[in-house]
Design a protein around this ligand. Structure first.
Ligand code: SF4
Ligand code: SF4
Length: 582
C-alpha cells in the first residue's frame, strides 16, 4: 500500500516496520512529529523525556537490554545528548540503536544552524541521510541493520525540508524482532578508563569496516548521464541539485554521509570533466574530497549560510541569471512573529518591561518577549541558560545588579535543564530570581506533555511534578505562584522577589491560550464614544488590539476574550461582547 507521508511520519513508520520497541525523545522542531507518530504504534513503548541526554540514555539502556530502540531530536538537542553519545560510540549496542536527528538550515525555529554531520565524524559513528519520505522509512530500517551488524549506534540525519515535506511511501509489514539476549559484559559496557582504552582500537577498526561498507552499499548511488558534469550531493540538497542541473548530467547521491565512500567518490570523480559538490551548510563533503586530492567546485560558489534551492544553484554554479518573479513573494504580507492573543506570557513580559529588569531569557514561545513591543529579554542562548546566566551576572556584577535581574524560562525548559542551574544558584549562595512561565504545556513545539503536566505522551494520567515543592526541595525558601494577568499583583510580586537578598522562584501560572483549560470565551468590545485613545492597551502588544492611528479597534477574528486588556484601560470602557460595562 502507498501513502503520502511527512518525512517525520515516514521515519516513525520505519521504526515501526523495523520492529523497534522503545522510543524516548524530547520535542524539538523540526524533529517533533517523529516521536508523536511513533507513539501511535502500540507496539513501541514511547515517552517524552525531560531532555535529549535522558532520551539517549533511556534508549541506550533499552538497546543494551536487547530491544531495537530509537530517539529523535533536533540538531541543538544533539548537543545536549553529546555526553552519552561519545561514550556509547565506544560501548556499542546490543540491539539496534538509532538517533534520528533533524537539522534546521535557514534557522526556521532554531538558535543556530549547526551541521550534525560533524558529530558523526567526531563521535566516530555512521550517519545516513535520506532525501525523501520513502528513503526516510527505508533508511531507518537499514540503520537498525547497520547498527546491529557493526555494533554501533547510528545517526539518521534529516533537515527541515525533508522532515516537513510529504512524498509517497510504499508501506511494508512490521518485522517482529525478538529481544536479543542480555549478557553482562562489563568490559564492553562499563566505560572506565581501562575498558575505554581497550574499546578505542575496536572503534577505529569499526570505522574501517564501515568505510568498506560505504563503498558497497546501495545507500550510495551513481546515476550516470553525460560526463561533462558530475555532482556529488545528499539529502534535500540532492533534490535541489537535480532540479537545477537536470537529468542529463551524472550524480553521485550519498545516502551514507559518514564514513564516506572513498573508492566510489574516486571512481565517480575520475569519470567526469567537472565535479561539483552541492551541500547545505558546511563544506563537509567538499573538504573531505579535496583532502583526497580531488578537485571540486563547492562553497566558493554556494553559500555556507542558510538553505539552498534550485535557483541559488543555477545562479551560482551555472551562471544562469533568472528573473523568477514569485507572485507569492510579491503579495504575501510580512507577518512578524508575535505571541498569540491571550498568551499568558504577555502579562509577565509587560511587567518585566515596565520594571526595566535585565532579563536572561530562554528557548520557547516566550523568546518572543525579546521583540517589540515588550522588548523584555536581554539574552537567549540555549535551554536552561537563563537560570545559570542570571547567576553568572549576579556573581560578575554583584548584589545590586542581581536585584535588577531575572532569569525567565518555561515549565518544560525548567525540567529540561533549568533545574541544575537553580541548584547551582542555591549551592553557591546566589540571590537570583528565576521566573518559571508555567503555561501547563510544552508550547513552542506544538503542545507536548512534560513532567509538569501530569500526562504522558499517550495522554494517560501520571504523577505531576509540583514546581513549588520541587523548588523548596532544591533549597529555595521564597517560592511564589502568581497570575500574570493580574498585572498589579504580579508587579508587586516581581518587585519584591528581585529585591530579596536570597534566591527566589516566581511561578507565573496561567495555561497556554490554546489549551481548553484557558477557558476564554467571547470577544472584547470598546465603547468608541468614551475611548480616550490613550493607547495604554496597545502597550500589551496583543495582535487583536489594532491601532488605527486615531482610534482603537478590536479585531474580532483574533480576540479570544482573555480580558488582559481590561487591566490596562483606566477608563473601564472594555466589555465582553453582549455585557454591560456598568
Ligand atoms: S483584545 Fe484583550 S481580550 Fe482580546 S485577546 Fe487581546 S488582550 Fe485578550
Ligand atoms: S486603554 Fe482604553 S481608553 Fe486607552 S486607548 Fe485603549 S481602550 Fe481606549
Amino acid at each position: 500500500m502507498k501513502k503520502i507521508m511527512l518525512g517525520n511520519e515516514a521515519i516513525a513508520r520505519g521504526a515501526y516496520e523495523a520492529g523497534a520497541t522503545v522510543a524516548s525523545s524530547y520535542p524539538g522542531t523540526p524533529s517533533t512529529e517523529i516521536t508523536e507518530n511513533i507513539a501511535k504504534y502500540d507496539e513501541i513503548y514511547s515517552e517524552w523525556s525531560p531532555n535529549e541526554k535522558v532520551s539517549l540514555e533511556v534508549v541506550i539502556g533499552a538497546a543494551i537490554a536487547g530491544a531495537r530502540s530509537i530517539t529523535a531530536m533536533k540538531h541543538v538537542g544533539l548537543n545536549v545528548a553529546a555526553d552519552p553519545l561519545f561514550t556509547v560510540s565506544y560501548s556499542g549496542v546490543n540491539a539496534g540503536l538509532v538517533l534520528a536527528v533533524a537539522d534546521d538550515p535557514g534557522m526556521h525555529s532554531s538558535q543556530n544552524e549547526q551541521d550534525s554531520r560533524h558529530y558523526a565524524r567526531s563521535a566516530k559513528l555512521p550517519m545516513l541521510e535520506p532525501s525523501d519520505s520513502q528513503e526516510c522509512k527505508d533508511f531507518i530500517k537499514e540503520a537498525f541493520e547497520i547498527s546491529e551488524n557493526f555494533d554501533t549506534p547510528i545517526i539518521v540525519r534529516s533537515s527541515t525540508r525533508i522532515s516537513h515535506s510529504c512524498s509517497i511511501v510504499e508501506l511494508g509489514e512490521r518485522e517482529e524482532v525478538e529481544l536479543k539476549d542480555y549478557k553482562k559484559d562489563f568490559e564492553k559496557y562499563v566505560m572506565m578508563p581501562a575498558m575505554g582504552r581497550k574499546r578505542h582500537p575496536i572503534i577505529e577498526k569499526r570505522m574501517e569496516d564501515l568505510k568498506e561498507f560505504a563503498n558497497k552499499t546501495e545507500l550510495n548511488k551513481i546515476y550516470w548521464g553525460n560526463k561533462k558534469i558530475g555532482v556529488i550531493s545528499s539529502g534535500i540538497a540532492y533534490q535541489y541539485a537535480r532540479e537545477a542541473f537536470g537529468n542529463e548530467i551524472s550524480y553521485l547521491k550519498l545516502g551514507m554521509v559518514y564514513p564516506l565512500a572513498d573508492d566510489l567518490i574516486r571512481e565517480f570523480a575520475n569519470e567526469v570533466d567537472t565535479l561539483y559538490v552541492v551541500e547545505e551548510l558546511e563544506p563537509f563533503f567538499e573538504n573531505y574530497i579535496k583532502a583526497m586530492g580531488i578537485e571540486v567546485i563547492g562553497k566558493e560558489k554556494l553559500p555556507i549560510v542558510g538553505e539552498l534551492n534550485a535557483q541559488i544553484i543555477r545562479e551560482n554554479m551555472l551562471d544562469q541569471k533568472l528573473n523568477f518573479d514569485s507572485p507569492i513573494k510579491d503579495h504575501t504580507p510580512i507577518r512578524p512573529p508575535v505571541m498569540c492573543p491571550g498568551c499568558p506570557h504577555r502579562g509577565a513580559f509587560h511587567i518585566l518591561n515596565k520594571l526595566g529588569l535585565v532579563v536572561t531569557g530562554d528557548i520557547g514561545c516566550y523568546t518572543l518577549g525579546a521583540i517589540p513591543p515588550t522588548e523584555a529579554m536581554d539574552t537567549c542562548v540555549c535551554m536552561g541558560a537563563s537560570v545559570s546566566m542570571a547567576h553568572g551576572m549576579d556573581k560578575a556584577r554583584g548584589k545590586e545588579f542581581a536585584k535588577k535581574t531575572i532569569g525567565v524560562l518555561g515549565d518544560s525548559t525548567f525540567i529540561h535543564s533549568g533545574i541544575t542551574g537553580l541548584i547551582d544558584i542555591v549551592y553557591n549562595k546566589g540571590i537570583s530570581t528565576i521566573m518559571i512561565l508555567d503555561n501547563s504545556i510544552t508550547g513552542m513545539t506544538g503542545h507536548q506533555d512534560n513532567p509538569t503536566t501530569g500526562y504522558t505522551i499517550k495522554g494517560e494520567e501520571t504523577v505531576q511534578v509540583d514546581l513549588v515543592k520541587l523548588s523548596h526541595a532544591i533549597g529555595i525558601n521564597r517560592v511564589v505562584v502568581a497570575d500574570p494577568f493580574d498585572l498589579e499583583e504580579f508587579e508587586r510580586v516581581v518587585s519584591e522577589e528581585v529585591a530579596a537578598e536570597e534566591p527566589s522562584v516566581i511561578i507565573s501560572q496561567r495555561p497556554c491560550a490554546l489549551l481548553d483549560t484557558a477557558d476564554y470565551s467571547g470577544i472584547v468590545e470598546i465603547d468608541r464614544d468614551v475611548c480616550d485613545y490613550c493607547q495604554q492597551c496597545t502597550s500589551l502588544g496583543c495582535p487583536a488590539i489594532v491601532d488605527k492611528d486615531d482610534h482603537i479597534e478590536i479585531n474580532e477574528a483574533l480576540c479570544n476574550g482573555c480580558t488582559l486588556c481590561f487591566e490596562k484601560c483606566d477608563f473601564g470602557i472594555m466589555t465582553k461582547a453582549g455585557e454591560d460595562n456598568a
